[in-house]
Design a protein around this ligand. Structure first.
Ligand SMILES: Nc1ncnc2c1ncn2[C@@H]1O[C@H](COP(=O)(O)OP(=O)(O)OP(=O)(O)O)[C@@H](O)[C@H]1O
Ligand SMILES: [Mg+2]
Length: 369
């Protein structure tokens, strides 16, 4: 059986990862957790039937630290190695969207507290929930998290989470934060809190001092961005013809197709994203779900492109507000992108944001803001 630690050591041996003592410690922790989870008898097995008492779920883990420290990398490694059937890895924002939908369905039944049945159903599906990018930025989430997670943990689910914030800093300055504090107490009580906050931002390291806005569109820009994509996602060279796609949920029950999606990085063409009927809800879903967006084929825009320009403004607003990194290929520098046409004056803000999004300071910020 391959374990988390041996897999981590192998990646260091091949040079894919650089040795990092804090990561090593976190990997050891995850390794122990994987072993504990695998030791619990499978539901329905003979051993499970013989064990009368409900098995005690292993303690979960809350892994937090600055951007690019390797939290998602380690959690994915753990998740892939983990040899149990009922496991699920999900982006936290996506999970909360699903939870609110399920709660709304329960509420329609008018059968009392809707959170408990939702938690019970979730716990029936999995015994490990791995959340990437746990963050709490809105009051509807903040108000249900304590009850939801109490019920999940009581029902025997083990939780692993990555976050840019220590538990005490979640939902900082949020509305009615006093109702949220029990969730923080719960996390600290029921999960091991481990900091992964070393000096190196490996993502930044991988990108080097690159310019994130390439001019003009063309073979050279495409090759550069494609290289960035594969470097950011560690995608094996031999599989490059088969990059995974994704369909992500959009508020309102729709889904949005992402032509290339891997490890928090998405690739779109300007035509698909701003040239067709898309709107703020789509852009919000993208901004919440991906820490990096690669946008190719941005043309120079004129008065006849006012709809495209307006969509582009909405897209950049969403990306900027969620501190998403943007790598782009365009036919002009931001300032020369949309000089004449409806909303050209308002476009100035977008130009300013695009310039800021190229800065070291912006690129060092954590996704979600
Ligand atoms: N020890 C390492 N040596 C080299 N590259 C690494 C190392 N650890 C992580 N990386 C790479 O650095 C990049 C960023 O790692 P990862 O996405 O796991 O960061 P993160 O902590 O989840 O960041 P964020 O908080 O922004 O989500 C990935 O491409 C990852 O493979
Ligand atoms: Mg991450």
């Amino acid at each position: 059986m391959t374990t988390v630690l041996t897999r981590y050591a192998a990646l260091i041996a091949t040079g894919e990862l650089r040795p990092d003592p804090e990561q090593q410690a976190a990997a050891r922790h995850l390794d122990a957790l994987a072993t504990a989870l695998e030791a619990v008898p499978t539901r329905g097995s003979i051993l499970w039937r013989l064990t009368r008492a409900k098995p005690v779920p292993p303690r979960g883990l809350y892994l937090w630290g600055g951007v690019g420290r390797g939290k998602s990398m380690l959690m994915d490694l753990f998740f892939d190695q983990l040899d149990i059937r009922r496991k699920r890895r999900v982006h936290f924002a996506e999970f909360m969207l699903e939870v609110h939908q399920r709660i709304a369905e329960e509420r329609r039944k008018e059968a009392g507290d809707p959170i408990l049945p939702v938690a019970t159903a979730l716990a029936d599906e999995v015994r490990l929930l791995a959340f990437d990018e746990m963050m709490v930025t809105n009051s509807p989430d903040a108000m249900i998290l304590s009850r939801l997670f109490t019920a999940l943990l009581e029902a025997g689910v083990t939780v692993v989470a990555t976050s840019n914030r220590a538990p005490d800093d979640l939902y900082r300055n949020g509305l009615n934060r006093e109702h949220f504090l029990p969730f923080i107490a719960l996390l600290k009580d029921r999960l091991d809190v481990v900091a992964l906050n070393g000096p190196v931002d490996y993502r930044r390291d991988r990108l080097g001092r690159i310019d994130t806005w390439l001019v003009p569109n063309g073979a050279q820009a495409t090759a550069t961005l494609s290289g960035d994509f594969f470097r950011l996602t560690d995608f094996p060279v031999e599989d490059r013809a088969h990059v995974p796609t994704a369909d992500i949920p959009v508020q309102g029950g729709r889904t949005l197709h992402v032509p290339k999606a891997l490890k928090g990085v998405a690739v779109f063409s300007f035509r698909k994203l701003c040239g067709e009927a898309k709107g703020a809800a789509d852009y919000l879903a993208i901004a919440r779900r991906f820490h990096t967006v690669i946008l190719v084929g941005i043309p120079k825009l004129g008065p006849e492109n006012r709809n495209e320009a307006a969509r582009f403004v909405a897209l950049i607003d969403a990306l900027y507000e969620h501190k998403v990194k943007l790598l782009a290929a365009a036919d002009a520098e931001p300032a020369a992108l949309y000089e004449k046409g409806d909303g050209a004056f308002e476009f100035e803000r977008t130009v300013s944001r695009l310039e800021e999004m190229r800065s070291e300071e912006y690129l060092a910020q954590s996704h979600g803001g």
